[in-house]
Design a binder for this molecule. Sequence first.
Ligand code: PSU
Ligand code: MN
Length: 300
Amino acid sequence: MEYLSISPEVQQALDERRPVVALESTIISHGMPYPQNVETAMRVEQTIRDNGAVPATIAIIGGKLKAGCTADEIEYLGRKGREVIKASRRDLPVLVARGADGATTVTTTMIIAAMAGIKVFATGGIGGVHRGAETTMDISADLEELAMTPVMVVCAGAKSILDLGLTLEYLETKGVPVIGYGTDELPAFYTRHSGFKVDYRIDTPEELATVFRAKLEMGLRGGMLVTNPIPEEYSMPAEVINRAIDQAIDEANRLGVHGKETTPFLLAKVKDLTGGDSLAANIQLVLNNARLAAQTAACL
Ligand code: PSU
Ligand code: MN
């Protein structure tokens, strides 16, 4: 397809049926400040290599859907930061036709990974049903993508900027298996506990791969969500993080923040309110997910 551009290294790995792990770029452009965003992106790629897989950082550059970015391209996305358009499914036609740049969310990373033939994707947190969605109808396109696109997403759960209970209900309706890696409880990104149960607990990358292969072979539409708790030593006190989240949501409501701005606004606010601690936790949980995704891709 003329719109898709797979890097030579990723193409070769796919041809030789070696493991490949997709990575998103919204976390680079919108999720962390420069230069930590670029440093983290490079460390995540290295972690994937150390665990025997090839990293494919996904982004839209000059209208091309890139599966596999160079170090220069990652630097470019990190430096431009929030000037790069946060690209969801609805943005793809316009960005591609105009030859524009875009940072891919979970949604668009899944779309481009699937086009390239990549089955496993590691990230930090996914979008979901926002608190107050009964009136705002703010539900992330990530959940619809999980319902239709055959990619396994390894994350650290969802932040409680979202309504975690409604997010799980939505995923259940859409037939998306929600797996806890080594846990029965849905992790809440910065903390290991949310009080909500996952559908199934799985303890090994081998079994993650076997379950996902069964889903693919049966031709069941959609992906699978693997929630991997942040390592204990990097997790944050629940009171600290929940206070920051409540404050961020109050401020967003007061300012009337809505649409695609809501998630980046809340994430940036929470980070400001909790200082460097939340950034350090964020980096560690992404590395932890990269490790598990690479091991699982190797089993697939
Ligand atoms: N949640 C996080 N970190 C993130 C995101 C969400 O904890 O970086 C980003 C991801 O790219 C995700 C997107 O796909 O935000 C969801 O945005 P929205 O809620 O507007 O769908
Ligand atoms: Mn939204």
